[in-house]
Design a protein around this ligand. Structure first.
Ligand code: MSP
Length: 496
C-alpha cells in the first residue's frame, strides 16, 4: 500500500535545532515502521525558504536570499543525514521548476472558486511566526512565542482567502475524523477555534516590501503569502502541476506530522485551501509537542539552556540520541530533554539490555559451532513476538510511539530472561540447540523491531547474525546452518 508521509518544512534562517530534529525523527520512525510492514512509503521533508524572516536575516548576513537559503538548506540536509533520517524527497520552496509551478496552479484554482478577493487592512504581524496576531493572542502586547521580538504593523492591500466560507465543512470533517487530528487535545483545540468566529485570512504581500516570494499570477505587485506557498509543498513535492501521474499515485497524504505551534495552519487553513481547489483532504494530522529543557523550561538563548543536537550526536552518537528522543519524550505531548537521563537509558536499555543480549547470545553460538544450529523456536517467545506486533501497531496508530518502543524493549527483556532461565551454558544436545536457535531467531526479530528506532544498530545485528539485510516484521525464520559473524559490542557504556 502507498503511504505518503510529510513533516513541516523548516525555516532555514539559522542552523537546525533540537525541535527540527525531533520532528524529522518522529517521521523517520513512522516511515521506517511502515516500510517494515511492507508499505510503499514516500517520506517528504524540506525547507520553507521564502518570507520576511528569511529575507531580513539574509540581508543582515550580507548574502542574497538565494545564496543564504542554499547555504542553510544544505546544513539541514547534512544534519538529517547525520541523524540517519532517510527521507525520500527533500523539497525546497525556492525551486522554480516544480514548487513555483504548482503554487501558481493552486492559486488559480482558488481564484476559479471565487475564494480570493482584495482588501485593505492594518494589523500586527509577528515575523517569528510569520503570521498576524489578534489582540487576544498577545501577552503584554508581545507574541508569547517570541517574547522581546517587536511586532510589525502592516498596513496594505492584499488578497484575502474566504476561510469563513469553509467553517462548517471543516467542523464536520474534523469532528467525524475524516480529517483525523491526533492527539485528542489537539483536535478539541481546533474544534473550539472553529466554533468561534473564523475570519478570512490574508494570502499575499506587497512585492515592494517583500521581493523574496512567489509572484501572484496576474498581479505584478503582490507575492503569495509564505504560508499559502509553504502548505502547498505537500502537493508540489509529489508533482502537482508538473507530474500528474505521480501526484495521483500519492495524494491524498496519509499523514502530515507537525508541531503544536502550527496546528491551526494545518488543521484549518490547509484543508480549506484544498476544499476550495477541489482536492481531497489528507487523512491524518499528527501534532507533536515541544521539547523543553530538563526543568521543563522553553529552550532559549537568553536562559542559556539550548541543547545543540549536532553536539549531542558527536558526544553520544546518532543511535543513542535517536533512542532517547523517541523513547523518553512522549510523541504527543511536551517533554523534557535531560542529558543525565539519556546516559542512564544508554547504559541500561541500550548497552546492557540490547548490547549484552547480542554479545552473550553470539558468544554461546560461537562456542557451540559458529553457526545457527538446527532447532525449534520457543513457542512462548513466538507468542510474545506476535503480541508485541499487535501492541506496537496499536501505539503507532494512536500516535503513542514512546509506548510502542517500551513494548519492544519489554520483549528484549523477556529474551534476556529466557537466557537466564534456560542457562544454555549448562545444556547439551537437542536442548541446547533449541535454545541457541531461539536466541538467534529472537535477535533476528529484534533487529526488525528496532529498525525504525535505531536503524544502524538493527543493521549491525542482522550482519552479525549472518543475514544480508534487516528482516521485515513478517518474514521467514532464520535458516539453520547460517554462519554468524561476531563483531564489536553494539554500545560502549558512559560514565555518569
Ligand atoms: N516553516 C514553517 C512550517 C511550514 S509547514 C508547511 C515552520 N518552520 S519552523 O522551522 O519554525 O518549524 C518547523 C517544525 O519544527 C514545526 O513543526 C515546529 O513545530 C517544530 N518545532 C520548532 N521548535 C520545536 C521544539 N522546541 N520542539 C519540537 N518541535 C518544535 O513553522
Amino acid at each position: 500500500m502507498k503511504y505518503y508521509l510529510t513533516t513541516a518544512i523548516d525555516y532555514p534562517n539559522g542552523s537546525p535545532h533540537l525541535g527540527h530534529a525531533y520532528e524529522k525523527l518522529l517521521a523517520d520512525f513512522l516511515s521506517r515502521y511502515k516500510k517494515q510492514q511492507g508499505n510503499s512509503v514516500r517520506y517528504q521533508t524540506g525547507t520553507d525558504e521564502h518570507g520576511i524572516k528569511i529575507y531580513q536575516t539574509a540581508k543582515k548576513s550580507g548574502l542574497t536570499p538565494k545564496q543564504f537559503v542554499n547555504k542553510n538548506s544544505k546544513e539541514f540536509k547534512d544534519f538529517y543525514k547525520l541523524l540517519n533520517i532517510e527521507y525520500d524527497y527533500f523539497i525546497r520552496t525556492s525551486d522554480k521548476k516544480t514548487h513555483w509551478i504548482g503554487v501558481t496552479k493552486i492559486w488559480k484554482e482558488l481564484i476559479k472558486s471565487g475564494d480570493l478577493f482584495k482588501k485593505k487592512y492594518c494589523a500586527k504581524y509577528c515575523v517569528g511566526c510569520e503570521t498576524f496576531k489578534t489582540e487576544s493572542e498577545l501577552e503584554n502586547n508581545e507574541c508569547p512565542l517570541h517574547f522581546g521580538k517587536k511586532l510589525e504593523i502592516i498596513e496594505e492591500e492584499n488578497y484575502f482567502f474566504k476561510l469563513s466560507k469553509y467553517r462548517k465543512r471543516l467542523i464536520k470533517l474534523i469532528d467525524s475524523d475524516k480529517y483525523h487530528i491526533q492527539p485528542k487535545h489537539a483536535k478539541n483545540e481546533i474544534l473550539s477555534f472553529l466554533k468561534g468566529e473564523v475570519k478570512d485570512i490574508s494570502f499575499s504581500r506587497i512585492k515592494s516590501k517583500l521581493p523574496w516570494g512567489i509572484p501572484v499570477p496576474g498581479d505584478k505587485d503582490q507575492v503569495i503569502y509564505v504560508w499559502a506557498d509553504a502548505l502547498s509543498n505537500y502537493l508540489t513535492g509529489i508533482g502537482y502541476g508538473t507530474n500528474t501521474r505521480n501526484f495521483k499515485k500519492y495524494w491524498p497524504a496519509d499523514v502530515h506530522l507537525i508541531g503544536k505551534d502550527i496546528s491551526r495552519f494545518h488543521a484549518v487553513y490547509w484543508p480549506a485551501m484544498l476544499l476550495s481547489a477541489k482536492l481531497s483532504i489528507p487523512k491524518k494530522l499528527l501534532v507533536h509537542g515541544f521539547i523543553n529543557d530538563d526543568k521543563g523550561r522553553k529552550m532559549s538563548k537568553s536562559l542559556g539552556n539550548v541543547i545543540i543536537p549536532q553536539k549531542q550526536v558527536k558526544k553520544y552518537g546518532a543511535s543513542s540520541l535517536r533512542y532517547y528522543l523517541l523513547r523518553a519524550i512522549p510523541s504527543n505531548q511536551d517533554g523534557n530533554y535531560s542529558e543525565e537521563d539519556l546516559i542512564v537509558r544508554h547504559n541500561t536499555e541500550l548497552a546492557n539490555s540490547l548490547g549484552n543480549l547480542l554479545s552473550r547470545s553470539l558468544n554461546l553460538i560461537q562456542k557451540s559451532c559458529g553457526e545457527i544450529p538446527f532447532g525449534k523456536f520457543d513457542s512462548k517467545l513466538s507468542k510474545e513476538y506476535s503480541k508485541v506486533l499487535i501492541s506496537l501497531n496499536k501505539h503507532v496508530e494512536n500516535f503513542d510511539f514512546h509506548h510502542g518502543i517500551a513494548d519492544i524493549w519489554a520483549f528484549i527483556s523477556k529474551v534476556n530472561q529466557y537466557v537466564d532461565d534456560t542457562k544454555p551454558w549448562k545444556l547439551s544436545g537437542k536442548e541446547k540447540d533449541n535454545v541457541l536457535y531461539t536466541l538467534a531467531e529472537s535477535l533476528r526479530l529484534i533487529s526488525g523491531l528496532i529498525y525504525p528506532v535505531i536503524p544502524s544498530k538493527a543493521e549491525e545485528i542482522a550482519k552479525q547474525l549472518g543475514l544480508k539485510s534487516v528482516p521485515k516484521f513478517k518474514s521467514k525464520s532464520i535458516k539453520s546452518g547460517t554462519k554468524i559473524k561476531r563483531g564489536a559490542h553494539l554500545f560502549n557504556k558512559y560514565e555518569k
